[in-house]
Design a protein around this ligand. Structure first.
Ligand SMILES: [Zn+2]
Ligand SMILES: [Zn+2]
Length: 130
C-alpha cells in the first residue's frame, strides 16, 4: 500500500498497485503545470487507486488531464486516454517518496539546459521506447 497527499492535506490517496514506469519527466507540460524544472512520476493500475478530497482537473492536452488539490494546488495525478487502465502519480506527493525511486529520465530533449543529470540513469529524448 502506497499513500500520499497534497501539501495542505485536504486531498489524500492510496493505491495497492505495483508501481511501473517510474520516471523523471522533463517535458514542458510537467514543467509549466508545476513551475518546477522536472517532475518524478510513476504509474499504477487505475483500479488500484482511490482518492478523497476536493480536486480540480485541468485538461493539459487533447488526450491527458491532470488533477490538483483545489485548495493548495499540489499536482497529484496524470491520466491519459492513450493508456486508460493506468494512472500516473507524482512521486513526491507520496508520504514516502523514497519508496518509489525513478529508473530513468524521459523527455530529456526538453530538459532545461542548467539541469545536469548525473545519477547514472538512462535519459530518453522523449517517451521511453519500451
Ligand atoms: Zn492541498
Ligand atoms: Zn512530463
Amino acid at each position: 500500500m502506497l499513500k500520499g497527499r497534497c501539501y495542505c492535506g485536504a486531498v489524500r490517496y492510496e493505491t495497492t498497485g505495483t508501481p511501473t514506469q517510474e520516471s523523471v519527466c522533463h517535458c514542458s507540460i510537467c514543467r509549466r503545470t508545476t513551475g518546477a524544472p522536472f517532475v518524478a512520476w510513476f504509474s499504477v493500475p487505475l483500479s488500484s487507486f482511490t482518492l478523497s478530497g476536493d480536486t480540480t482537473t485541468f485538461q493539459s492536452s487533447s488526450a491527458a488531464s491532470r488533477r490538483f488539490c483545489a485548495k493548495c494546488g499540489t499536482q497529484l495525478t496524470f491520466y491519459s486516454s492513450h493508456h486508460p487502465d493506468l494512472i500516473d502519480i507524482t512521486t513526491c506527493s507520496l508520504e514516502h517518496p523514497e519508496q518509489v525511486p525513478p529508473v530513468d529520465h524521459i523527455y530529456g530533449a526538453s530538459r532545461v539546459p542548467w539541469v545536469k543529470v548525473d545519477d547514472g540513469l538512462p535519459v530518453y529524448p522523449d517517451a521511453r521506447s519500451a
